[in-house]
Design a protein around this ligand. Structure first.
Ligand SMILES: *[C@@H]1O[C@H](CO)[C@@H](O)[C@H](O)[C@H]1NC(C)=O
Ligand SMILES: *[C@@H]1O[C@H](CO)[C@@H](O)[C@H](O)[C@H]1NC(C)=O
Length: 357
């Protein structure tokens, strides 16, 4: 054997350099992402995905908001869209385009303010007064008819406010969802088995989620949405299921429809917070203001009893909230204070807020 050629030595050292370089950058990325992880539950691999992502190109998702033309839905959509526009171009965001999927069947007076795609409601009476049953049908129509540039979709709702720039929390074909404590497939075996037969697998194959918020590949949602629609209609028509699930029926329908496709979601607790139960915003992404926030003037939660200070979306069924709502008294959690401030900023800035839209 003669001496190694200089060319070979050069190659070898270059190779070593790249290996070391990659290892180093991996370690650095890993460390910088690590600080953000306390809130994440679910699969441990999430951490690795997140750190890997820092060096990759953006994976945009389209924000799809299902809505009606009722005043109650409209003012929430306006606030939601305001905060989407503010967060969209901030660092860390992978938010792409935005569509309000309006399932009232007709254009309304927000068409110019918010990008909107009009779809049909279910046939008269089919939702039996349970309006959200229209959501899966709205998604089926929108996915079929609209041109959507992004490969991923965020299913969002009017009472969501983006409180931080939202990255694409999905990883490849693993969508991301928010774990709801009240969605408990294993405690509802009898009714769930009507729609998720034994041969489909154990009940633990069903994630404790609803359709929103979820970030999912468009191609997956195109397959799941029609089944989600069928399952939700069948559930609504089955008195036992209807009784068991009530207002969360359509959430179970999505959880089951995705499990029927063998799709599992990465469960992200930091996807959203729900005041008044969650106290801090921290590094979470969405404030979901579905619960009323009632407090005494001493800042004590009086849930279920109208507070001396209150913010409840249901106070504004027929009119939008006025501008400049009063801030909560001292002692009220940061999440609630932030929510009211964000609503106030939106209503103060949106042109023509109080002109009855
Ligand atoms: C949904 O149900 C309808 C009516 O029962 C049926 O015609 C259709 O094939 C079903 N769709 C899917 C995707 O299962
Ligand atoms: C908002 O209301 C507070 C009192 O709650 C008042 O002091 C303040 O001037 C108001 N701001 C605007 C812009 O109207």
């Amino acid at each position: 054997m003669g001496r190694a050629s200089p060319f070979f030595v050069l190659l070898l050292s270059l190779g070593c350099f790249f290996v070391t370089y990659n290892l180093l950058t991996m370690v650095i990325h890993y460390q910088s992402a690590e600080g953000d992880q306390e809130l994440i539950s679910g699969r441990s691999s999430t951490r690795l995905y997140d750190s890997k992502r820092l060096s990759e190109p953006k994976r945009l998702f389209h924000v799809a908001l299902t809505a009606t033309d009722a005043m109650y839905s409209k003012w929430q959509c306006r606030v939601m869209y305001y905060w989407y526009k503010k967060m969209k171009d901030m660092e860390g965001s992978e938010m792409g385009g935005f569509t309000r999927v309006l399932h009232s069947g007709h254009p309304d007076n927000l068409m110019e303010e918010i990008p909107t795609f009009v779809v049909d409601p279910l046939p008269e009476g089919r939702d039996q007064g349970y309006i959200v049953l229209n959501r899966p049908w709205a998604f089926v129509q929108w996915l079929k008819k609209a041109t959507i540039e992004e490969d991923y979709i965020l299913m969002a709702e009017p009472d969501h406010i983006f409180v931080n720039p939202l990255p694409n929390l999905a990883c490849g074909s693993d969508p991301a969802g928010f774990p709801f404590f009240y969605i408990k497939p294993s405690e509802n075996e009898k009714v769930i088995r009507k729609f998720f037969l034994e041969d489909k697998g154990p009940l633990t194959a069903i994630d404790p989620i609803g359709n929103s918020p979820v970030i999912i590949q468009k191609s997956q949602l195109e397959k799941i949405a029609p089944i989600w629609m069928n399952v939700s209609l069948q559930m609504k028509d089955d008195p036992e299921t209807e009784k068991a699930f009530g207002w969360v029926l359509e959430m179970y329908a999505y959880a089951i429809a995705s499990a029927l496709h063998g799709v599992r979601h990465i469960l992200r607790k930091d996807f959203m917070i729900q005041p008044p139960w969650d106290l801090k915003v921290g590094k979470t992404f969405i404030i979901h203001y579905t619960y009323g926030c009632d407090y005494s003037l001493e800042g004590k939660l009086t849930y279920g009893k109208i507070g001396e200070w209150q913010f409840d979306k249901r106070s504004y069924l027929h009119n939008p909230p006025p501008r400049n709502l009063s801030l909560p008294p001292p002692g009220v959690p940061e999440s609630v204070v932030t929510l009211v401030k964000m609503v106030n900023e939106a209503t103060a800035t949106i042109p023509g807020w109080e002109d009855g839209r």
